[in-house]
Ligand binder design. Structure first.
Ligand code: G6P
Length: 615
């Protein structure tokens, strides 16, 4: 996950819309790359640099700051996913030099920015943000002061940067062009008739042109309304690049492009989980201080959530109880008022909601607050209602989730809750130090672990789906941590593949559900660790004796489970916090491929909405 950048340069009349509006629309299409703050810089017909930027999401900020009213022939824009510096108005891009004539947008991380900033400060430059990006306009300003042209100053500045960057830069002294450079972070030029775009991704300009030039790592240059100039380093100097053979036409629609080549958003979002979890974990340490303090002090902790967020809440409650030794429980939001009566000062209520807008969860927050409890929001949407109304907020960084069935927001929610439980355990000494370190190290491995689970099991999930399509019902069974995962697996299959799926505690399955078992009835077991192995084995045998079709998602070390079932998903053995995040992935894939095999659209299941704002 990263930021999105865009630049447009046009000759008068070629695009027939105001530049502010064009940039706003383009940023909207890049919103999946981040959306905690947004801004643009446009050089007006009078040669003035207008910068408008703020914390918040595009639609709101653009209304507040009047993005659509600004016009000009060259401009750049940025939608941000904070890495260096909290989301705020000053940290929003573009960033400018001391005198406000050069504006820069950047996606990536400049690793040596502190060193560069110190050098520039010593030379009298004034910095106003906490971002790594701000060094770029000041570096250019510095080189220009020494007599270099804007382009030479840009090249010299880029030479000094270490890390990852996609940059777009405008300067009032050269109002007919946008300078750009690519170092690792993606950048593509959209070639038009009388205009050119530069952007992090194709959807930004697909409405205007399908002709593209994907930039290679290490390339830089500039675009005018009618020309592209491209260079790359050759020895000690820069040499022009002949790109004529690289220009191509894309056949995508805007929607297809936003799916990044995947047939559905849901599959894209399943595949984005390694990145989503990595971004979420990377941004956590800065956010959790006050939340951990509150949890350490809490008498009781109650987690509330709806749908998938309820399942994450259940995992959070189990982790807080078993890892951190706190009294913690999870309640479905719409049932919360029946359980919140005894809550008061000293208690903490964690509201889990990816959208931050689910009305049942919001009402639970209000009730908890009225009763004097401390409220903490866990959301994927900055400044949405639930975080706004809660005492404290903490954010997952999954990026926008478009598929109605939650996938990456679930794994990132669980990752945050697991991390919190471990930090609380550390503070309270409820686990040995070594054990906490081991579990945190496992969480940090999750991006690569999830990527390998997808790579290894996607084909198997597809095979399972080819049989699941003919099943009318399924059971999902598990014990302990595996139960909320089973519940989430059943919900996925139910909501997108319309298979009646029910989750049950494995030990309880003989008290009723087993009456339904007949030949070929699917029973999907989930196990996280060795403690469930022996017990689960008996439950599997009970089902097999009645000719059920048995499947298991379990660690490779749990041979007694994996060998006993018809289809086994062998998971990497992980400590419980990391397994609670990762073991849902095969279930997501089974549900997705079952829906697709049935000819259903997994992104838009019937009767469901992504965000539910009615009780
Ligand atoms: C709806 C969605 C689910 C989601 C639930 C809670 O039912 O279809 O995917 O889990 O709302 O949403 P929230 O935004 O509060 O996490």
């Amino acid at each position: 996950m990263a930021c999105g950048i865009v630049g447009v340069v046009t000759r008068s009349g070629a695009l027939r819309r105001r530049l502010g509006l064009i940039i706003r629309d383009s940023l909207k299409r890049l919103e999946y790359r981040g959306y905690d703050s947004v801004g643009f810089a446009i050089i007006t017909a009078e040669g003035k640099l207008v910068v408008r930027k703020s914390k918040g999401m595009i639609d709101k900020v653009s209304r507040k700051l009047g993005f659509d009213e600004v016009d000009g022939l060259v401009g750049i824009g940025h939608t941000r996913w904070a890495t260096h510096g909290v989301p705020s108005d000053v940290n929003a891009h573009p960033h400018t030099d001391c005198v406000g004539t050069i504006a820069v947008v950047h996606n990536g991380i400049i690793e040596n920015y502190e060193e560069l900033r110190d050098m520039l400060v010593r030379r009298g430059h004034r910095f106003v943000s906490n971002t790594d990006t701000e060094v770029v306009p000041h570096l250019m300003e510095e080189f220009k002061r020494s007599g270099l042209s804007t382009y030479e100053a840009f090249r010299r500045s880029v030479e000094l940067l270490e890390g990852a960057y996609a940059l777009a830069v405008i300067d009032v002294s050269t109002p007919d062009r946008i300078y750009f450079a690519r170092g690792t972070s993606p950048l593509v030029i959209g070639i038009g008739d009388g205009f050119n775009f530069i952007a992090s991704d194709i959807p930004a300009f697909l409405e205007y042109t399908r002709k593209i030039l994907v930039l290679h790592d290490g390339e830089l240059g500039y675009v005018t309304a009618s020309r592209i100039h491209l260079e790359r380093r050759s020895g000690d100097s820069w040499a022009p690049v002949d790109f004529s053979g690289r220009v191509r036409l894309v056949e995508w629609t805007v929607e297809m492009a936003m799916k990044g080549g995947y047939p559905h958003f849901m599959l894209k979002e399943i595949h984005e989980q390694p990145n989503a979890v990595a971004s979420t974990l990377a941004g956590l340490e800065d956010q959790v201080g006050a939340v951990v303090d509150a949890l350490v002090k809490a008498e009781n902790i109650i987690l509330v959530g709806a749908g998938t967020s309820y399942h994450a809440s259940r995992l959070g409650a189990l982790l807080l109880s078993n890892v951190a030794g706190k009294m913690a429980s999870a309640i479905i939001s719409s049932e919360a008022s029946w359980h919140l009566k005894p809550v008061g000062e000293g208690d903490v209520v964690i509201a889990v909601s990816q959208s931050g807008e689910t009305i049942d969860t919001l009402l639970a927050v209000r009730e908890a607050k009225e009763r004097g409890a401390t409220t903490i929001a866990l959301s994927n949407v900055v400044d949405s209602a639930i975080p706004r109304e809660s005492d404290l907020a903490i954010y997952t960084r999954a990026g926008p989730e478009i598929g109605v069935a939650a996938t990456k927001t679930f794994t990132t929610q669980v990752a945050v809750l697991a991390y919190l439980a471990l930090r609380v355990a550390e503070r309270l000494g409820s686990l040995g130090r070594g054990r906490v370190a081991e579990m945190i190290a496992d969480l940090r491995r999750l991006p690569e672990v999830i990527a390998s689970i997808i790579a290894i099991h996607e084909a198997r999930a597809r095979r399972v789906a080819s049989r699941m399509v003919s099943c009318a019902n399924a059971f999902y069974l598990g014990r302990g941590y595996a139960l909320p995962i089973a519940m989430e697996g059943a919900l996925k299959l139910k909501e997108i593949a319309y298979v009646h799926a029910e989750a049950y505690p494995a030990g309880e399955s003989k008290h009723g559900p087993i009456a339904l078992i007949e030949e070929g009835f699917p029973v999907v077991f989930t196990a996280l660790g060795s403690h469930d192995g022996r017990l689960l084995r008996s439950n599997i045998e009970e089902m097999r004796a009645r000719l059920a079709w048995t499947l298991a998602v379990a660690p490779a070390t749990l041979q007694e489970v994996l060998r006993a079932v018809d289809v086994s998903f062998r998971m990497p053995p992980l400590t419980e916090a990391a397994a609670a995040v990762a073991y849902i992935v095969p279930h997501q894939l089974i549900a997705y491929y079952t829906a697709v095999r049935k000819g259903l659209d997994p992104d838009k299941p019937r009767n469901l909405a992504k965000t539910v704002t009615v009780v």
